[in-house]
Ligand binder design. Structure first.
Ligand code: GRG
Length: 302
């Protein structure tokens, strides 16, 4: 196994163990608070087995900025909670209308559309609680918690994920040029990935130069992630992906594959990953685990 792959799998495994333990504890609390079917549905959405790429980026960015506390897993869990909400809503019949996610029936297939819609919305304030608890454990002051919250929820909002998804929905049946497609991808997918890197830096109380380098790394890697997703949509099976393959073609979506072909899209993702690693090196930050994750993101099979 190449060295970078082993390093990426190590931090992904570590992130999965630490974050899943936190999400499990939160799911228990939410089930006690919410009760009944909504409590079960919240746990179903929160605990579904994702790759935990965003969580691993939080951990790796935190350490590259000198952080050492295991409590950073709480910040990673907050990001994964926002991500979980976005997947529940993305799969709804009014959006991508999918019945398979992470190898299981989507939340609305398992629990119905009204419950899944409510679960998605409920996970947003849960993410805020998870983040606030983690900031307390990390001993961060109120100003730093404010910056963490601003970073996460701005990335999830109109300038980020919701804005990108909105543009994506509007662009169905249109042919976007590369600049238009970049705007969609950077918002829909890239913003939360960029935020994961910045949140890791903020949790470590990094200086502004380090935060800027992590943001630049995250921006390149976030775009590369969605380009790799475009490639996998046409090259991988639904079984390997744990979600329905071939959706972009079915929805007449603009993608990097449509504009550049499979090989061209792969080359662009690889170029962005190299550029991202170069940005860390230029700022004097360690490239080890973050570099390995950049490599994983463009070469992954699911
Ligand atoms: C109301 C317009 C509007 C939007 C609501 C639904 C939504 C907000 C945003 C959708 C964002 C989204 C789901 C983008 C796709 C990002 C993406 C490639 C997800 C898959 O990420 P992986 O591969 O998934 O990391 P796992 O399952 O491994 O966590």
């Amino acid at each position: 196994m190449p060295e970078a792959t082993a390093a990426a799998l190590e931090v992904l495994g570590e992130a999965r163990a630490a974050v899943d333990a936190r999400l499990q504890a939160w799911a228990g609390r939410l089930a006690r608070r919410t009760g009944g079917v909504p409590g079960e549905a919240l746990a179903y959405a929160l605990l579904s087995p994702g790759k935990r790429v965003r969580a691993a980026l939080v951990l790796a960015a935190y350490r590259s900025a000198g952080g050492t506390s295991p409590a950073v897993a709480g910040v990673a869990a907050a990001v994964e909670t926002v991500h979980a909400y976005s997947l529940v809503h993305d799969d709804l019949p009014c959006m991508d209308d999918d019945d398979l996610r992470r190898g299981r029936p989507t939340t609305h297939v398992a629990y119905g559309v009204p419950t899944a819609t409510a679960v998605g919305f409920l996970l947003v304030p849960v993410a805020a609680e998870v983040l606030a608890e983690a900031a307390g454990e990390l001993g961060l002051d109120a100003a730093t918690l404010g910056r963490l919250a601003e970073e996460l929820f701005r990335a999830g909002g109109i300038e980020g994920m919701v804005g990108g998804q909105w543009l994506d929905l509007e662009a169905e049946d249109l042919v976007l040029d590369l600049a238009g497609l970049k705007r969609v991808h950077r918002g829909k997918t890239g913003a939360l990935i960029r935020a994961s890197c910045v949140l890791g830096g903020l949790a470590a109380e990094a200086d502004e130069g380090t935060l800027a380098a992590l943001a630049a790394f995250g921006e390149d890697v976030g775009l590369a992630f969605q380009i790799a997703d475009d490639v996998l949509d046409v090259t991988a099976t639904s079984e390997a992906l744990g979600k329905t393959a071939g959706k972009d073609e079915a929805f007449h979506k603009s993608t990097y594959v449509r504009l550049l072909g499979v090989d061209g899209a792969r080359e662009e993702a690889e170029r962005l990953a190299r550029q991202a690693i170069g940005r860390l090196a230029a700022a004097g930050l360690p490239t080890g685990a973050l570099g390995a994750l950049a490599d994983y993101i463009v070469h992954r099979h699911s």
